[in-house]
Ligand binder design. Sequence first.
Ligand code: MN
Length: 227
Amino acid sequence: MSLPFSVAAATAEIAGSDASFPIRRIFCVGKNYADHAREMGGDPTREPPFFFSKPADATVAATAGIAMPPRTDNLHHEIELVVALAKGGTDIAPGDAAACIFGYAVGNDLTRRDLQADAKAGGRPWDMAKGFDRSAVLSPIRPAAEIGHPTRARIWLSVNGESRQDGDIADMTWPVAEIIAELSTYVELKAGDLIYTGTPAGVGRIVAGDLVEGGIDGIGTIANRFT
Ligand code: MN
């Protein structure tokens, strides 16, 4: 039968290419920088990172205007290194993880912090706090074939030109290879998966009119106006 509708597959831009990256799933790591774990009231020495998800079609382009999402009075920015997979597997050894990586991008894991706080207090899921429409800002993906596998690079975010987050991806509690290894013990990873790898300290509120700029040296930048 022929259906009276169609559904577009979610894709991401690849820097310097007309090809697009097909997005299968979006995974995110919580509390992967010690300074951010502390600012959220956690103890980085005792709490291992944990995982949550966003829908594959939650991405929004690095330079897009973004309407303020509904049902929140406290939208937060979280600048993050994003890993894009070209292949996956289960129980991937850390030493085999790099071979799974297609490339890297800059992301902003937008968070309805008030809904997240309510969910934490009520022991409820984070989906509506984290997985809403246009909640995953994503820069064009830089292929690892071109830039290698960066382990040390400045990661920063500013709002209206004022610095909010300024760290280094070298300070991740769990490096990319260990994230892929650990995540692959929970789910089978596959080509098309994106992993948002956590944010450094300095998360904060975005209000209508703000220009949120950020980047990771050698990987890319984002610049989104919120309306
Ligand atoms: Mn995050």
